[in-house]
Design a protein around this ligand. Structure first.
Ligand code: ADP
Length: 449
């Protein structure tokens, strides 16, 4: 594998930087870590072959500082950049800048990143490619009267969504005509503040869907495969907390239909590298909501299910290799579940940065922990609160759940509060164990209603 790239710069931090560093090392490719001044003692830096400080703590001056990251790549002799997730991962200008300097961006083409970064354009493209959508406005809605007319046609409740939205922000529900004006105003204001773009559209607000997403991969020769679905219905404030592969809700027929529709669409699009198509699934129907043009936080459940290293595949394809296998060669085995463990108070979800006094990660067969934590590490207050991912695999869903409960009980993060106790409660719940939940369930579970 060495020889694909001279050196890969990893433009990220924490667990995902470590995850990418491990894939590079397994492939014999040297890598460079970058870090802010707040992250000088971070594990992704301590374990790095080489590291470069790219700026002060504020992300916009370090991990979002394209010029600083590109300079770090050039001075260290890196010829490729892996962006991870978040930060610059879905920034088309950054991908263009990387390529303009003769380096390889490990991801899709800037044109596809740009297209899917605008949810209105993404929906329009998917509709053309024969992918079913959530009913809603035909493109952007620029006037409140237009939103009213769409809502009257599709029926309340409706969702006002930001075209540039992400991380569950810029999204407001209107339950009736009276609530529409407020939702319209707040969604646009939030979109303007968070994304600098107030364009919004209207969608039917589904009352009990599951969030089902499909992991796809494509090479430059037009070979497109998928690595199965993930069920990410357990969410709070539209943010995923626990993910499963496969979904406990899909029949073999629905699963096959999803795979065929999505891979055919991406082949026609000429997509390359890793991508995830997100759908809402209700009453046996899939409806596309958005596509993510990057590695996802929850990618390990797919890796556990298929026994494949998705980061390695990203690197190989970016270097111009072909997949070298077809859909029929991909085997799915057992069941996998991931818990996102955040440095947050499990009661009220306020962030809990601070000193980790002691740390013990679970282990054993079928247990994986992706984390950059260690005893003596001080979780900085500047970044995302995700500090560990616990991923388990078992021959059946029931065995995976048993392994998850056991692993959560072994997991010790002392000194700061984390969401570990919340995961313990979810996993012990009968509804979760039965696989009987939709995207609204966790919110009610947390509220105790
Ligand atoms: P983001 O890019 O902010 O993650 P998404 O469009 O992916 O936004 O939506 C995030 C989550 O919000 C979904 O997983 C789902 O739980 C909820 N959601 C989005 N669209 C709808 C809808 N039309 N009806 C009900 N829930 C929705």
């Amino acid at each position: 594998m060495a020889g694909l790239f001279q050196k890969v710069l990893i433009a990220n931090r924490g667990e995902i930087a470590l995850r990418i560093q491990r894939a590079c090392r397994d492939m014999g490719i040297p890598s460079v870590a970058v870090h802010s001044t707040a992250d000088a003692q971070a594990m992704h830096v301590r374990l790095a072959d080489e590291s470069v400080c790219i700026g002060p703590p504020a992300a916009r001056e370090s991990y979002l500082n394209a010029a600083s990251i590109l300079s770090a790549a050039i001075v260290t002799g890196a010829d490729a950049i892996h962006p991870g997730y978040g930060f610059l991962a879905e920034n088309a200008e950054f991908a263009e800048m990387v390529e303009a300097h003769g380096l390889t961006f490990i991801g899709p083409s800037p044109a596809h990143i740009r297209m899917m970064g605008d949810k209105i354009a993404a929906k329009a493209a998917m509709a053309t490619l024969g992918v079913p959508l959530v009913p809603g406005s035909d493109g952007e809605v620029t006037r409140i009267e237009q939103a009213r007319a769409v809502a009257a046609r599709i029926g309340y409740p409706v969702l006002i969504k930001a075209a540039a939205g992400g991380g569950g922000r810029g999204m407001k529900v209107a339950h009736d005509a009276e609530g529409l004006e407020e939702a319209w105003r707040v969604a646009r204001a939030e979109a303007r503040a968070a994304f600098g773009n107030e364009a919004v559209y209207v969608e039917k607000y589904l009352d009990r869907p599951r969030h089902i997403e499909l992991q796809v991969f494509a090479d430059a020769t037009g070979n497109v495969v998928h690595f199965g679905e993930r069920d990410c219905s357990l969410q709070r404030r539209h943010q995923k907390l626990l993910e499963e592969a496969g979904s406990p809700a899909l029949t073999a027929e629905a699963r096959a239909r999803l795979g065929t529709t999505a891979t055919a669409a991406l082949a026609r699009l000429g997509y390359r590298n890793a991508g995830t198509l997100e759908f809402l699934y209700q009453d046996g129907q899939f409806a596309f909501i958005e596509m993510n043009t990057r590695l996802q936080v929850e990618h390990p459940v797919t890796e556990m299910l298929c026994g494949i290293d998705l980061v390695r595949e990203q690197i190989r394809i970016a270097a111009g290799e072909t997949l070298g296998y077809g859909q029929e060669d991909i085997a799915f085995s057992g069941h996998a579940i991931e818990c996102r463990i955040n440095a947050e108070d499990p009661e009220n979800f306020t962030p809990t940065p601070g000193l980790v006094e002691a740390y013990h990660a679970p282990g054993g067969l079928g247990v994986r922990v992706d984390s950059a934590l260690y005893a003596g590490y001080k979780v900085p207050p500047f970044y995302d609160s995700l500090v560990a991912k616990l991923i388990v695999h078992g021959p059946t869903r029931a065995q995976a759940i048993a392994r998850l409960a056991r692993s959560l009980a072994e997991f010790a993060v002392i000194g700061i509060k984390t969401t570990l106790p919340l995961h313990q409660r979810i996993v012990a719940d009968q509804r979760f164990q039965a696989g009987d939940y939709d995207i609204h369930w966790l919110e009610r579970f947390v509220a105790g209603t």
